[in-house]
Design a binder for this molecule. Structure first.
Ligand code: HEC
Ligand code: HEC
Ligand code: HEC
Ligand code: HEC
Ligand code: HEC
Ligand code: HEC
Ligand code: HEC
Ligand code: HEC
Ligand code: HEC
Length: 361
């Protein structure tokens, strides 16, 4: 992560900022239950029945000796080679797949951990519904999904876990089918996608293409620095609390997301000549706006993903239940900045001198 030299002086807590960012982006590792290898009787054929909707083509063909030593349905004997070797003998492409850098341990162990080689109730011959199958071993993910206040439909719609993971092997860490950033952005690339609370979400492919100033963690292509893909206790799947509303009473705990990386004193001290550029003389305008009973949240002024202005200042912000867009009309000035006739009359701030240049409100 790179820091611009000009911004270093502002943060007394720069080492803290970097430490927090690193700690958070350290990979998660949730509880996995090591299950005994599923083979032999555990994958014997099911007797035909209304629930047995899927049948493996070579089993359907009726010749047990395609895989077993005998073509005798009553006593086919053992299989002719190792399980995975047997599968590769027809599914040649899987030899290539299983040669990828990141391998899923149960697939290396035995393909029958997840597939019945004869027939099944589930498509792709899976021994159980995919999410149930995965979370039988991945207790940690099961727990996250069950307890999450905010759920992510990506886990339960379409290809479900396989929307993002390859259950066999992959070239990206965590068995991901693409780089995580590409996964998120490629799916969040439609206009009109709706979040669980009914709000229309941003088309990120378009937004990131049209807004060139990316917030540092977005530039590092790390959506997981702020979001939990499997579900979260926080608004918008965030890794830590952040207010859901335009106005919110000030409490540093509600901004744990931002203050996990940024120094909370940027907002919480009334007077400063170093901590923030958003000050008029020594009067901290972050404090003035945010540190109140009816404090403006960061979203009133900042675009958290990407923007077209310095300091991630937004051009407009959806205000009120109808989402009417309020123009901010921010102008960067050599000595500070100015906001024109939106929330209040035109006001400017001067962060180069210690004397106030604008009238007190
Ligand atoms: C596509 C390959 C394939 C075909 C075809 C196939 N089997 Fe199997 N079968 C397997 C595999 C793999 C196992 C698990 C072997 C192991 O764990 O060592 C197995 C296991 C079994 C078992 C359990 C054995 C035990 O140890 O209890 C039975 C019973 C069985 N098969 C019956 C059949 C019958 C009957 C047919 C033909 C109608 C058949 N299979 C066709 C691959 C196949
Ligand atoms: C004798 C050849 C043969 C062997 C051995 C074999 N398969 Fe298959 N398998 C097929 C054919 C043929 C199909 C159906 C055509 C297709 O979908 O590609 C198939 C399809 C599948 C499917 C997809 C089923 C679906 O509903 O789409 C899975 C999963 C599968 N095989 C798993 C395995 C596993 C696991 C093994 C090893 C235990 C194995 N196969 C061994 C020939 C074989
Ligand atoms: C951890 C569980 C798991 C293990 C172990 C596993 N698979 Fe699968 N496999 C899946 C899932 C889940 C799917 C369905 C993925 C999807 O729909 O994209 C699947 C799909 C398949 C398919 C169908 C692919 C298609 O495009 O239709 C084949 C063939 C297959 N697996 C073969 C294998 C072979 C060979 C092995 C052993 C090397 C193996 N699997 C081990 C979970 C597993
Ligand atoms: C039979 C148990 C079992 C099943 C079923 C299973 N897993 Fe796993 N999975 C494991 C084990 C064991 C590991 C290795 C954990 C470790 O390295 O400590 C693992 C690792 C992973 C990893 C991390 C890989 C890495 O390199 O960091 C992911 C992601 C994952 N599994 C996803 C899935 C998905 C998705 C499914 C369902 C399609 C699934 N698993 C089904 C046992 C299972
Ligand atoms: C929207 C994409 C997405 C979907 C869908 C998804 N995952 Fe993940 N998963 C990720 C990303 C990104 C990571 C790596 C970052 C992280 O660890 O949070 C990951 C990491 C993991 C890990 C390794 C880290 C850990 O917590 O141990 C496991 C295991 C896992 N996923 C299992 C699953 C299972 C099981 C499902 C289906 C119920 C699933 N995932 C669905 C994106 C996804
Ligand atoms: C397969 C498509 C898909 C992928 C991949 C995907 N998402 Fe989503 N995401 C959705 C859908 C559909 C919704 C809307 C329904 C919902 O809220 O869960 C959503 C909702 C969200 C929400 C809003 C949740 C709420 O209701 O407040 C966030 C935040 C989010 N996704 C972030 C991510 C991130 C970060 C990634 C990458 C790790 C990602 N998504 C990958 C489909 C996807
Ligand atoms: C620095 C932290 C941070 C990073 C990194 C981040 N987000 Fe967000 N994201 C947020 C916050 C905060 C919100 C809530 C914004 C609001 O309501 O004002 C949010 C909201 C969302 C939403 C739901 C609301 C909407 O309008 O779309 C989605 C989807 C989303 N982010 C996807 C992503 C994707 C994709 C990435 C990676 C390209 C990403 N985020 C990276 C902090 C972050
Ligand atoms: C994962 C760490 C991380 C999180 C979480 C995070 N940021 Fe940042 N942010 C950074 C880094 C690193 C920079 C770049 C350092 C710099 O430019 O001063 C930055 C820069 C900024 C800047 C621009 C600084 C400038 O003058 O150009 C603003 C504004 C900002 N962040 C606001 C926020 C807000 C608001 C939140 C919470 C919604 C937040 N950040 C959450 C890491 C983070
Ligand atoms: C009323 C508008 C407004 C609100 C609300 C606001 N900011 Fe800012 N912020 C600014 C402006 C303007 C700047 C640019 C100051 C300059 O000229 O250098 C800025 C700069 C920053 C910077 C860059 C370093 C600095 O302080 O100069 C960070 C980090 C930051 N804001 C974080 C936040 C966080 C976190 C929140 C919410 C807790 C927040 N801001 C709320 C207007 C706002």
């Amino acid at each position: 992560m790179t820091m611009r030299l000009s911004s270093l002086g502002r943060f007394l807590a720069v080492p803290l900022l970097l430490a927090a960012a690193t700690a958070r982006s350290a990979p998660m590792k949730t509880e996995v239950q090591q299950a005994p290898t599923r083979r032999g009787a555990a994958v014997a054929p099911f007797p035909p029945g209304p629930n047995i909707k899927w049948s493996h083509a070579p089993y359907e063909a009726g010749d047990c000796s395609l895989c077993h030593v005998r073509n005798d349905a009553k006593n086919p004997g053992p299989i002719t080679m190792g399980i995975n070797e047997l599968c590769y003998s027809c599914h040649e492409e899987f030899q290539g797949i299983m040669a990828r850098k990141v391998k899923h341990r149960p697939a290396v162990e035995a393909c029958t951990n997840c597939h019945n080689p004869h027939n099944a109730t589930e498509k792709k011959l899976l021994v159980a519904d995919m999410v149930v199958l995965c979370t039988n071993c991945h207790k940690g993910i099961k727990e996250q999904m069950a307890t999450a206040k905010v759920k992510h439909d990506a886990l339960t719609t379409g290809e479900r876990c396989a929307n993002c993971h390859n259950p066999h092997a992959a070239n990206v860490d965590r068995l991901l089918i693409q780089l995580p950033f590409d996964l998120c952005v490629n799916c969040h690339s439609k206009d009109g996608m709706v979040a669980a609370d009914g709000r229309v979400m941003t088309n990120y492919k378009k937004w990131l293409a049209e807004h060139k100033v990316w917030h540092e963690p977005v530039r590092a292509k790390d959506c997981s620095a702020c979001h939990r893909p499997h579900g979260s206790q926080n608004f918008r799947l965030l890794v830590a609390p952040y207010p859901a509303t335009f106005y919110s009473p000030y409490d540093p705990k509600n901004y744990a997301l931002c203050f996990g990386c940024h120094n909370d004193k940027v907002v919480s001290v009334p007077e400063t000549t170093t901590l923030t550029g958003f000050r008029d003389g020594s009067r901290n305008l972050h404090y003035v706006h945010v540190h109140q009973e009816r404090g403006r949240t960061c979203r009133a002024c900042h675009e958290v993903h990407a923007s077209n202005q310095d300091h991630h200042i937004r051009e407009g912000v959806p205000y009120g239940p109808k989402g009417w867009v309020l123009k901010l009309n921010y102008t960067k000035l050599p000595t500070g900045g100015q906001c024109a006739r939106t929330c209040h009359d035109t006001k400017s701030y001067n962060n180069r001198t210690l004397t106030s240049s604008s009238p007190q409100p």
